[in-house]
Design a protein around this ligand. Structure first.
Ligand code: UD1
Length: 420
């Protein structure tokens, strides 16, 4: 397994160009199964996870190629509706092919994603919504086997999600786009990535009202056509690099991004003392002093995103005073805490809340990346520690941050990949 060797202490400063959003790209790639024609998707980040999804739908017979950051796919050639365990187990978002397959071909067999490092993460809401649309679903030998009963078509229905789920909303709107009749969904996720998917479906000819609100109404159409579309900027990558400025009295300018999606994070950064300025497609964070302590509670959009929790915790570790972070979305998303403690952080966890007493600096240490976003908190902490740190299991970071070493080097971080 590759490792990162990072030698601090660095002031994180400079310009960085933000990639397309991983969490938006994955459902958009799954949606390429839907149209009767060719779809061209730009600004797709080159990552392990996007590679997995391209492989997955390629295995179903979709003619697909990726050239630089553009994916071109033609789903007129699909030959099977099968998503094998070997691919699904490496990425939970593979479950997003279930809705499109079922809606377009009337059947699907998709491996059930297992648990993952940030909790059990069931998919019961995905299945419940598809059942409400007339799918017959059985879970057998680790696979979800689904069939649309009424002549191979899903049927529009009224459905309320028991909880707000990003993936559940995405799977269901893709299915509803090709169902017969109207689907009314309540308690939908309003995350920007869900909005991006809905917008691409509309570009394919889908009829969707209420995009970006908890109530979405989708009038099914007989078929969708190909389109040309571009993935939105990655709000989490943007926030991660800006966090580096806060931790190191730095100055980071993120380009090719947008403030719209990031307001709750930028507000916390301002409360910590950062000077945030922004234009149409850039955001800059300048930090002139030690950060101030804050209280953060993760929530569904437009609340503070759980995917920025670990990175802001690393900032709180160096803040003046006592901060609290309450994780409300995932049950087990504090695995980075023991690793940050190894680097000298003072953190106590009580249930879903971490209480963080700021220390003057991190100390270098060998640490282990525990999940995708947590890895970035450790990388930033290592960059701010005076000496050499080794970060193991960086395959997590490769799943979600495009070109990460080069971008960090551009911001003044002394980082080297040690190949396994
Ligand atoms: C997506 C993001 C992930 C982000 C998360 C929350 C992608 C590829 N991943 O994950 O980075 O952290 O949204 O913003 O876009 N739940 C159920 N049953 C379900 C579905 C979800 O109980 O059927 C629970 C989950 O266990 C979790 C919560 O609901 O506790 C939110 O999960 P969800 O919004 O579905 O997250 P993902 O779509 O998996």
């Amino acid at each position: 397994m590759d490792k990162f060797k990072i030698i601090g202490k660095s002031r994180i400063a400079g310009e960085v160009t933000i990639s397309g959003s991983k969490n938006a790209a994955l459902p958009l790639l799954a949606a390429m199964l839907l149209p009767n024609g060719e779809t061209v998707l730009h600004n797709v980040p080159t990552l392990k996870d996007t590679e997995t999804l391209v492989k997955l739908i390629g295995g179903m017979g979709v003619r697909i190629k990726k050239e630089a950051n553009t994916v071109i796919a033609d789903a007129r050639t699909v030959t099977n509706y099968y998503a094998p365990y070997e691919l699904v187990r490496t990425m939970r978002a593979s479950i997003l092919v279930l809705g499109p397959l079922l809606a377009r071909f009337g059947e699907a067999e998709v491996s059930l994603p297992g648990g993952c490092s940030i909790g059990s993460r069931p998919v019961d809401q995905h299945l419940k919504a598809l059942e409400a649309m007339g799918a017959d679903i059985i879970v057998e030998n680790g696979y979800v086997k689904a069939k649309a009963l009424k002549g191979g078509k899903l049927i529009g229905c009224d459905f309320t999600f028991d909880m707000v789920t990003v993936g559940g909303t995405e799977n269901t709107i893709m299915a509803a786009a090709l169902a017969s009749g109207t689907t009314r969904l309540e308690n939908c996720a309003c995350e920007p990535e869900v909005v991006d998917l809905a917008n691409m479906l509309v570009a394919m000819g889908a009829k969707i009202d209420g995009i970006g609100t908890p109530t979405m109404i989708i009038e099914g159409v007989d078929s969708l056509h190909g389109c040309e579309y571009s993935v939105i900027a990655d709000r989490i990558e943007t926030g991660s690099y800006l966090a580096g400025a806060l931790m190191s009295c730095g100055d980071v300018l993120t380009k090719n991004t947008t403030t719209g999606f990031l307001q709750p994070v930028l507000k916390k950064m301002q409360a910590m003392g950062a000077v945030i300025t922004a234009g149409d497609d850039w955001i800059r964070a300048v930090m002139k002093s030690r950060p101030k302590a804050v209280d953060i509670r993760t929530q569904v959009h437009p609340g503070f995103p759980t995917d920025m929790q670990a990175q802001l915790m690393a900032v709180c570790c160096l803040a003046e005073g006592v901060s609290t972070i309450t994780e409300n979305i995932f049950e087990n998303r504090f695995m980075h805490v023991p690793e940050l403690q190894r680097m000298g952080a003072s953190i106590k966890v009580d249930g879903h809340t971490a209480v963080i007493t700021g220390v003057d600096s991190f100390s270098p240490a060998p640490v282990m990346a525990t999940d995708l976003r947590a890895s970035m908190s450790l990388v930033m902490a290592a960059a701010c520690a005076d000496g050499e740190s080794m970060i193991d299991r960086i395959y997590h970071i490769d799943r979600g941050y495009e070109n990460v070493e080069n971008k960090l080097r551009g911001l003044g971080v002394n980082i080297e990949r040690i190949k396994a």
